[in-house]
Design a protein around this ligand. Structure first.
Ligand SMILES: NC(=O)C1=CN([C@@H]2O[C@H](COP(=O)(O)OP(=O)(O)OC[C@H]3O[C@@H](n4cnc5c(N)ncnc54)[C@H](O)[C@@H]3O)[C@@H](O)[C@H]2O)C=CC1
Ligand SMILES: O=C(O)C1=N[C@H](C(=O)O)C[C@H](O)C1
Length: 265
């Protein structure tokens, strides 16, 4: 198959700029559109210039007016909703990376996957998705630990992140709860909450500087502690994962695919 024709939605954002830069230099990807919302002040400007790699002949646009095989969305929840509708209308595959989605958006994605192929993941990073597999193994091994295993998830991101906790942290929590059965969530703690309930997962979101993303999953036992940490030093792990996902999902039958499918984990 020739290089898939890929649209970047959220193209002027932190992630969008890395996708433009890395997608442009990737021979297995053909960037065909760089989308932003209709009110963006830089519409019409070259997406490559905005991404710091010089002009690439791709103007920032608010409309999809070209043929494409896949669209990658790193935007905001409203942008994700638009991306889903665009992909269904144009019958193109979707790589959904935006987090902070509402339950309605998640329902939209499930419905859309009946009509188009979708890769949906809160993190496109190989290291993060491998750590999710390791977390699943640890949670399964500790689910019947006699004295109980307390699970807390700590995530760190840059000061600009708008949603909390991260979509990745919530996914880690889902993986743990599926194995160990926790039914409660505690997002931070304050005052006198008393003894920690056994069926609770704790989430703690740190927002500092320009941190591109870090997650630690803590399994607290009596007398021992296990910590699994995965840490990004820049955003390219996510961008390269998303470009790989776009290649994977282009031409695939309708359905909902994961990064484990993309990465063969
Ligand atoms: N799945 C993954 O691997 C990763 C996911 N993310 C998620 O991606 C999202 C974006 O992150 P950043 O790039 O840091 O945010 P950002 O705020 O820098 O970029 C978001 C971009 O979306 C644009 N946008 C807003 N409405 C839009 C619309 N209707 N159509 C098209 N574009 C629109 C904004 O103008 C902005 O340029 C966040 O939800 C973040 O959590 C971030 C990194 C990795
Ligand atoms: O906003 C970010 O930057 C990131 N968001 C994603 C999330 O919410 O899990 C993925 C990554 O951690 C970076």
């Amino acid at each position: 198959m020739s290089a898939p024709r890929v649209v970047i939605s959220g193209a002027a954002g932190r992630m969008g700029q890395r996708l433009i830069a890395l997608g442009h230099q990737n021979p297995d990807i053909q960037l065909v559109a760089a989308l932003e919302h209709a009110g963006h002040p830089k519409l019409g400007e070259d997406a490559g210039a905005l991404a710091g790699v010089g002009p690439i002949g791709l103007p920032l646009s608010s409309k999809l007016e070209v043929e494409a095989d896949a669209l990658i969305d790193f935007s905001v929840p409203a942008g994700a909703e638009r991306a889903i509708n665009l992909c269904v209308d144009h019958k193109i595959a979707l790589v959904m990376a935006t987090t902070g989605l509402t339950d309605d958006h998640k329902t939209m994605l499930q419905a859309a996957s009946q009509k188009i192929a979708i890769v949906w993941a809160p993190s496109m990073s190989l290291a993060v998705n491998l750590t999710m597999k390791l977390t699943e193994i640890a949670a399964a091994a500790l689910k019947d630990y006699p004295a109980g295993a307390d699970v807390e998830i700590v995530e760190r991101h840059h000061r600009f992140k708008e949603d909390s906790p991260s979509g990745t942290a919530l996914k880690f929590g889902e993986i743990v709860a599926a194995q160990m059965g926790q039914t409660k969530e505690a997002h931070g703690r304050e005052g006198r909450p008393g003894e920690r309930p056994r069926d609770e997962i704790g989430y703690h979101a740190i927002r500092v500087g320009d941190n591109p993303g870090e997650h630690t999953i803590i399994f607290g036992l009596m007398g021992e502690t296990i910590e699994l940490t995965v840490r990004a030093s820049n955003r390219d792990c996510y961008a390269n994962g998303a470009l790989k996902a776009a290649q994977f999902v282009s031409g695939k039958p309708a359905g909902l695919y994961t990064m484990s499918d993309v990465l063969g984990l």
